[in-house]
Write a protein that binds this ligand. Structure first.
Ligand code: ZN
Length: 513
């Protein structure tokens, strides 16, 4: 055997940001030893134990000499066991077992078990998106990760079961090179049986609000007694939102890749995500965090989709506060000792609340047992900066038996077509503005030319502003919604009717104006 230097590639992840890593192994005369340098975490620093055992099983033990592995750039932390395969391949190349030239340009990802099997790892999608951007072409991954790896364009994916298999491929190359993994079936979008707006009985106002929310990206609050279908409505919002583009879908699945069980990210689902954390959820679970690896939270899993907080006033105030940063900037930034981790978090927020703690306020016959103090404490939980960003507020009343006779409501596909057309109009209007939907348009832009509306059109809200019935923020919310209503109606500018609708849809009972 000829000892020396072996080199291959792997990818380090910080959040979703990948860095292509050079894995360099050096085998030299000296006391037996095996060390990994270049900022490995505990799991990564334990790679030598797994590599030693797996290599012995494969029939090519790590030589009893001084083995030094370096992962560079050294400034980037290397987390987890996904470097095992790259380290094993580099060491075997350094020991002369594997051809050095052949392994060098290939990206190797995967954990080794002591018996030499390759185990799937999380984060393969974001890692390989970066590898592809950096010009990598061939990747070897565990078979569980093959379908996920194949979501990345321009990569040739090789799926291996064991280290032995990888060693054999390189030592006895087939004429065409490493065997290419078969294309997993169903990597394209397969529409499932999804919930549909046609299932919703009655609720005309909530339907209008839902359509406007999808159109302009307006956040939405629904108040109403328990059992009237607020959750059902919220779940159907994703069925009228535009389907995700390929880039958007890749971002959504990159986040999923970090939290879903290995192997679950196997095809690009173009339906926007719907994420509904329970009101007992922690700050870390909502915004992201955790000890050790910083994982994305619900706000990031809802990226490009809907974040639904049912019984919103029951969430801890400190947890609700963490929504402010993503609502403002579309991302969360989590500070850690060695790095800032960023995750995208641009979502449509849907809040649902009972009208009071017992749920019965404003009902017929009012059996509400809550005191005025209870009621105030409940509603103020949702006031202030959070509610300022919610353009649409509707009351969802109990369905009257008369509504059962109505024919079913419009199906999602019909509503989605109108939403898509209205999105097109907004994209034209806001081209180059830095936002693409009315819900993100700053109020001052809408109050000034060329978007200022005629005084005759705004008379009703001008008066409300003068008399204190409407705050300036409330005024701006009405304008934003009016623009979306106009886009849905195919009008170039909102008229009196759209402004009146905007005003009507921001008055949920029990919430501050
Ligand atoms: Zn009550």
């Amino acid at each position: 055997m000829t000892f020396g230097l072996g080199r291959t590639r792997a990818v380090a992840l910080s959040g979703l940001d990948g860095t292509l890593v050079d894995v360099e192994a050096h085998v030299a005369a000296g006391l037996p030893g095996f060390t990994v340098g270049g900022l490995p975490d505990t799991a990564c620093a334990q790679a030598p134990d797994r590599v030693r055992a797996a290599a012995a099983t494969a029939g090519f033990p790590v030589p009893p000499h001084r083995v030094t592995v370096n992962l560079s750039p050294a400034s980037v932390p290397k987390r987890g066991s996904g470097f095992d395969l790259g380290i094993a391949v580099a060491v075997l190349a350094a020991s002369g077992v594997l051809p050095r030239g052949a392994v060098e340009p290939v990206v190797h990802l995967g954990e080794l078990s002591l018996d030499g099997r390759l185990r799937g790892v999380r984060g393969v999608l974001p890692a390989l998106l970066e590898a592809a951007r950096r010009g990598a072409r061939h990747v070897v991954v565990p078979v569980e990760n093959v379908a996920e790896a194949q979501l990345v364009d321009r990569l040739v994916v090789h799926g291996a079961r064991t280290l032995e298999e990888v060693v054999r491929w390189y030592r006895e190359p087939a004429p065409g090179g490493l065997p290419v993994a078969e294309r997993a079936t169903g990597t394209d979008d397969e529409p499932d049986r999804r919930p549909d707006l046609a299932d919703v009985v009655g609720q005309p106002e909530a339907r209008v609000a839902l359509e406007l929310a999808a159109t302009g990206g307006h956040h939405l609050l629904m108040t109403g007694p328990p059992g009237v279908g607020k959750t059902m409505l919220a779940e159907r919002l994703v069925t009228v939102l535009p389907r995700l583009g390929r880039e958007e879908a890749l971002e959504v699945h990159a986040v999923r890749s970090l939290v879903a069980p290995v192997g679950e990210v196997a095809r690009l689902d173009r339906t926007p995500p719907f994420v509904a954390p329970h009101h007992s959820t922690s700050t870390a679970a909502l915004a992201g965090g955790g000890s050790g690896v910083v994982l994305p939270g619900a706000v990031s899993r809802a990226h490009h989709g809907v974040l639904f907080l049912d019984e919103a006033p029951e969430f801890k105030s400190s947890v609700l506060q963490t929504l402010r940063q993503p609502l403002e900037s579309g991302e969360v930034v989590i500070a850690r000792a060695k790095a800032l981790v960023r995750y995208p978090a641009r979502f449509l927020l849907v809040l649902a609340a009972n009208p009071c703690p017992c749920g019965m306020a404003f009902g017929k016959g009012t059996e509400c047992r809550c005191s005025a103090h209870d009621l105030r404490a409940y509603t103020t939980k949702l006031s202030g900066p959070l509610l300022d960003r919610v353009d649409l507020r509707v009351h969802v009343p109990p369905v009257r038996p008369a509504a059962f006779g109505d024919e079913t409501g419009e199906p999602s596909a019909v509503v989605a077509a109108r939403v898509l057309a209205a999105r097109g109009a907004q994209a034209e209007r806001w081209r180059g503005a830095g936002w693409s939907v009315n819900g993100l348009a700053p109020g001052h832009v809408l109050r000034r030319p060329p978007y200022r509306l005629a005084p005759s059109v705004t008379a009703v809200i001008d008066r409300a502003l003068d008399t204190g019935g409407l705050s300036l923020r409330g005024y701006d919310r009405v304008l934003r919604v009016a623009w979306s209503a106009a886009d849905l109606a195919g009008r170039t500018t909102p008229g009196r009717e759209e402004v009146a609708l905007g005003l009507q849809l921001r008055r949920a009972e029990g919430t501050a104006a």
